[in-house]
Write a protein that binds this ligand. Sequence first.
Ligand SMILES: [Zn+2]
Length: 208
Amino acid sequence: MSPSDDKQRKPMTAFTRWAAARLIKDHDQVDSLGVRSRYGALEGWTSIVVNTLLFGVKISVGLLINSIALIADAVHTIADTATSIVVIVGFRVARKPSDREHPFGHGRMESIAALVVALLLFEASFELLRSSVRSTLEPSSATASIGVIVLIIGTIAIKELLARFAYALGDIIDSQALRADALHHRSDVVATALAVVALKVAGSASIG
Ligand SMILES: [Zn+2]
């Protein structure tokens, strides 16, 4: 992370601290596993709600203008709910107290959640690479009005805000699981941007 990256995220860091102080009980006790699991739940549930809304917009627009790239991106967006569930469950298991089989507690579950999220991100990056190669080889003929393109760019902006929110939460409690999910949201920004680039603007002279 470069210092300029840090500066970029500053307003969101301030907002996230403000939101955490209001929504999370004992928000400053970031070493407590119970408090950490509440941060994990905040990130996970926010991601699920935002991704479900973005799915609704993308699938409607994708079907309307018959864009395979956009429909595929919509399906990816709703599939990302699985990653958020891994985050929520990982933190929830981590806060369980130690028992006979796990005398040192379950704190390591948070690291395992980070690993699973990272593996899912790796898979998503591979898919992204594959679909961008495919769309380069066989450009889509889907056309979109300026209004539709602005709408999709709006979904990209919302996803970028979600990425910054997740990064900020990850920084507050110093969690690799939340940072990995933030990185995934950031990769989705790139994925949707590529789906937009694949569209032809309605009314403009077509080149191909
Ligand atoms: Zn994704």
